[in-house]
Design a protein around this ligand. Structure first.
Ligand SMILES: [Zn+2]
Length: 695
């Protein structure tokens, strides 16, 4: 048999919705398929560049947008599998392919003949009688090419391509190292003493993890967030908390790894060094300057101003929180200073006293299936979408649920894959991705998006539901908001589709969607006790909402410290980057960061920065988007209805549906009727005193 007939990746995907033939694909199919798809894409690019006709929008810009679909199809599948269901075989392929794919990208963006045509059209864009979306597409592609080195000279281009190849290799290695540390670690809980303080749901998750690891008794705490955070919150065993905490924050640091095999310190250092060289080839002093040039923020000073606006107030709030934790500890006769592995434990105790809120009592109302229904219901009430389960359609793992998404008129809008559980073959965190992006072909026929959401929830025991914390449910809604950004995309060109927006805009649809989970009417309808089906009591809803500001000093310090260290590391201008662990220590000391609070992500496992480049010098984007999101949700508050039809229609048209077809500031103003203000974000984080309180 020829390659094309024996390799399922290269055959037509004759499957429901054109999903990948998951069952038939093996790791060894990827490299030969990529070789053919890369060559085919380059041939398309050559053909556009050498087209004898004068360059016009369709034969150059639209043609570029239509090119490489075969490659994208294979690449999307590959990235999704290596993130969600990887294997040693796939990881080996991934390491070999990373520089190869980067080299291909450079070959496209440095294609002289193609760029000359694009550059000429860009210069004439005012006279080409383009639609606003077509004009945006030219500008976007032109920027993409410039930022990938299209205008550099021959020698700098060679070096630039080398840098990109090496960076691709290093960022792949970085992510694999984190995963290796995460899947290698387990804290085994043996007798009752090891389980002291753990509520039933934590014990059940630990038991389930033990079963999955082949242990006949006891429990296992893994470094998955949905294991480790509850363990640190509830375990009475200070020694075990410390042990688990050290393993968690030490990921990627090479501890317990005598061969240094998974040590990310040299990896991150080389990444920073190469990024600095990349930026200098573009004429920027630092990578932060280069990265920020193509964002809403635009420059370091704008980012720093925003981060500094929250940093000191957050520390002050955290100081008050610490006092409350100390008082609580003393009331238990415990006088040791609060350490990083104690904070969550005492915070939960304070929360129970102050708000009479016990997480173990809350969770039975937050069964995963119910919360998925809640998210779907909100999407229906806002945008008329219906999610129809397709249990007959298989994905890459039995736990993945497949839905077809239908509009009010029953038209197929997209396909949604929901992959909610943690497993050793999946990277940590939560994210949205796609297997196909929305667009329209030249004759106007719609390309239906295939969107995925990944979470890492600890699976409930067999026969029992998976119970979420309120935070987990927020994460579910967050990723679902990204998912809607992909599903509701309504543009013509793939480059402008869905989440392909500026990165400090991309967290707006996701963070905004979290608000609906906190609407009392949504909770009353969907948060039902999994055993009794009783709706969540009003008093508990009130307590949950009252407690939202609790511990926000701690959370804001952790986030902001991470964002400030990210920005500082990428703002360095020296040719050689420092050791990242030492740099982090010095920077935290300089900032006066409290040691008992720490960071959301330390440098050696900061995957946003080092498992790829899209969030490098970009961890601030969550706060940037929060300004937009907090102010944006006020539009519904002002309308007096969280599902107000007119506000929802504007939200769909200008935010969820517009992709990158509009300049983001303009998109926001069109939705809101004015530019954003920062006060709602500060209020949402409890960082300003309510106006007029106390007269
Ligand atoms: Zn997000």
């Amino acid at each position: 048999m020829s390659l094309a007939t024996s390799n399922p990746l290269l055959q037509p995907w004759d499957t429901p919705f054109g999903l990948p033939p998951f069952d038939a694909v093996r790791a060894e199919h990827f490299e030969p398929a990529f070789e053919l798809a890369l060559a085919a894409h380059l041939a398309e690019i050559d053909a556009i560049g050498s087209d004898p006709r004068p360059a016009d929008f369709d034969n150059t810009v639209a043609a570029l947008d239509r090119s490489g679909r075969e490659l994208t199809r294979i690449e999307s599948l590959f990235h999704n599998l290596t993130s969600s269901e990887t294997s040693p075989a796939l990881q080996a392929v991934q390491l070999r392919l990373a520089p190869r794919l980067a080299a291909h990208s450079s070959a496209v963006y440095m294609h002289r003949a193609l760029f000359e045509r694009l550059d000429a059209l860009h210069a004439q864009r005012d006279t080409l009688a383009l639609t606003p979306e077509q004009r945006r597409l030219i500008e976007r592609f032109h920027t993409d090419f410039l930022r990938a080195g299209a205008k550099l000279g021959v020698e700098p281009q060679k070096r630039y391509a080398q840098i990109m190849e090496r960076l691709a290799e290093l960022t792949t290695r970085f992510g694999q190292n984190v995963l290796a540390d995460e899947s290698a670690y387990q804290l085994v809980l043996r007798g009752p003493a090891d389980h002291a303080g753990l509520p039933d749901f934590v014990q059940a998750a630990a038991r389930q993890a033990a079963v999955e690891r082949g242990l006949t008794e006891g429990g296992v705490i893994t470094l998955s967030r949905s294991h480790i955070v509850p363990f640190l919150t509830f375990s009475e065993r200070r020694d075990l908390r410390e042990q688990a905490w050290r393993a968690w924050v030490g990921r990627g640091e090479g501890a317990g790894d005598s061969a240094g095999e998974h040590d990310n310190r040299p990896v991150a250092r080389e990444i920073l060094t190469l990024r600095n060289e990349q930026a200098r080839l573009h004429g920027y002093a630092s990578f932060a300057d280069y990265a920020l040039a193509d964002t809403m923020a635009g420059r370091q000073s704008a980012v720093k101003a925003l981060l500094e606006q929250v940093w000191e107030p957050a520390k002050a709030r955290a100081d008050q929180e610490r006092e409350a934790l100390r008082a609580l500890a003393l009331s238990r006769g415990e006088s040791a200073p609060i350490e990083a592995w104690d904070w969550r434990f005492y915070a939960e105790k304070v929360r129970q006293v102050r708000y009479d809120l016990d997480e173990a009592e809350v969770k039975p109302y937050f069964a995963l299936d119910r919360m998925v229904e809640a998210a779907f219901d909100c999407a229906q009430r806002l945008f008329g979408l219906r999610f129809v389960a397709r249990p007959d359609v298989r994905a890459y793992h039995p736990d993945v649920k497949v839905y077809e998404v239908r509009a009010v008129d029953d038209a197929l809008v997209g396909v949604f894959l929901h992959d909610n559980f943690a497993r050793a073959s999946k990277r940590s965190g939560a994210w949205m991705s796609s297997l196909r992006d929305q667009s329209r072909s030249a004759d106007g026929e719609g390309v239906i998006p295939i969107v995925l959401n990944n979470n890492n929830f600890a699976k409930g025991a067999p026969g029992e539901p998976t119970l979420l914390s309120f935070d987990d449910a927020n994460t579910l809604f967050h990723e679902f908001g990204h998912g809607l950004h992909g599903l509701l995309s309504n543009v013509n060109y793939e480059r402008l589709s869905g989440t392909s927006v500026l990165r400090d805009f991309v967290e707006l649809p996701s963070q905004l969607f979290e608000h609906w989970l906190s609407e009392a009417q949504v909770l009353k309808q969907h948060a039902r006790h999994w055993l009794t089906d009783a709706p969540i009591p009003d008093a508990m809803v009130r307590k949950l909402l009252d407690a939202r500001l609790f511990n926000q000093g701690y959370e804001t310090v952790r986030y902001t410290a991470s964002a400030l260290v990210d920005m500082a590391a990428h703002a360095l201008t020296a040719a050689q980057a420092p050791d990242v662990v030492e740099f982090e220590r010095e920077e935290l000391a300089r900032l006066g960061a409290p040691a008992d609070i720490g960071m959301n992500h330390r440098m050696t496992h900061f995957q946003h920065l080092f498992s790829g480049s899209s969030y490098a010098a970009g961890y601030y984007v969550y706060l940037w988007a929060e300004v937009l999101e907090a102010d944006g949700y006020e539009a519904f508050v002002e309308a007096g209805d969280p599902f107000d039809a007119a506000v929802a229609a504007r939200l769909r048209r200008f935010i969820y549906g517009a992709g990158n077809s509009l300049e983001p500031g303009e998109a926001y103003r069109s939705f809101r009727g004015r530019g954003p203000i920062v006060e709602p974000m500060l209020k949402q984080r409890g960082l300003v005193e309510p106006q007029g309180a106390g007269g």
